[in-house]
Design a protein around this ligand. Sequence first.
Ligand code: ADP
Length: 212
Amino acid sequence: MRQFAVIGLGRFGMSVARTLHALGYDVLAVDSSEDLVQEATQYVTHAVQADARDEETLRSLGIRNFDLVVVAIGEDIEANVLVTVILKQLGVKYVIAKAHSPLHGQVLEKIGADKVVYPERDMALRLAHNLTTSNILDYIELSPQYSIVELTAKERYHHKTLAELNLRVKEGIWVLAVKRDGTLHAGPGGEFRILPGDELILICPTNKLASL
Ligand code: ADP
C-alpha cells in the first residue's frame, strides 16, 4: 500500500490530498492552519497541524517512510524551498514540489526535488488552448517540444486509416488512442479507420498544434 503525504492544504494541496485518498491511498495532510487541517480530516487518513519548516516535527511524523511527499506550499516560497530541502535530507525518496515560476522551479530542482509541477501555468496553458482551438478538448504539455492533446478528428481525417494519414511520418504526430462512443481504442494500428465524431489522443510537436 503506497503512502502519500501532502504539505500545504491550499486549493492545490487540498485537491491533491482529497483525490489521492478518494483513489484509496493512505494520505497524511499537514498544514499550519488549524481550520484547513480541520477541513482536511474528513477527506484524508490523518491531518496534522504543524509548521513543516520544523525538521523535528517532520521526523516525528515519520515522514521518511512515505513513498511520496507533495510540497504544495504556494505563496511562501521560502517555506516551500526549505521544506523540500528538509524532506530530501530526511531521506524521502520522491518529493514533488509546486513552483510559482521557472526560476523557482530551477531552484527546487537544484536542491533535489524529484519532480517540479507548475499547476497554475499548466491550467492557464490548457485553458488558453481550449479557448483558442475549437477542436482541442484537453492538453498536457510534456516538454517545450511535445504535448499530449485530445481533439475531435478534423474532417480531413474522416474515413481514412491511420496508415493512409501517415501522421507519424508527415507531421511527427503519434496517435496514442481513439475514443469512439465511450470506448477507448488504445494503441490503434495502421488499419484503424477514423470516423466522424472520433476523439483522438495524440503526442504532437507543440509547433504543430495550431494546424490541428
Ligand atoms: P494554493 O495556491 O494552492 O491555494 P497557498 O499558498 O494559498 O496555495 O496555500 C498553501 C498552504 O500552505 C496554506 O494553507 C498555508 O497555510 C500552508 N503553509 C504555508 N507555510 C506552511 C508551513 N511552513 N508549514 C505548513 N503549512 C504551511
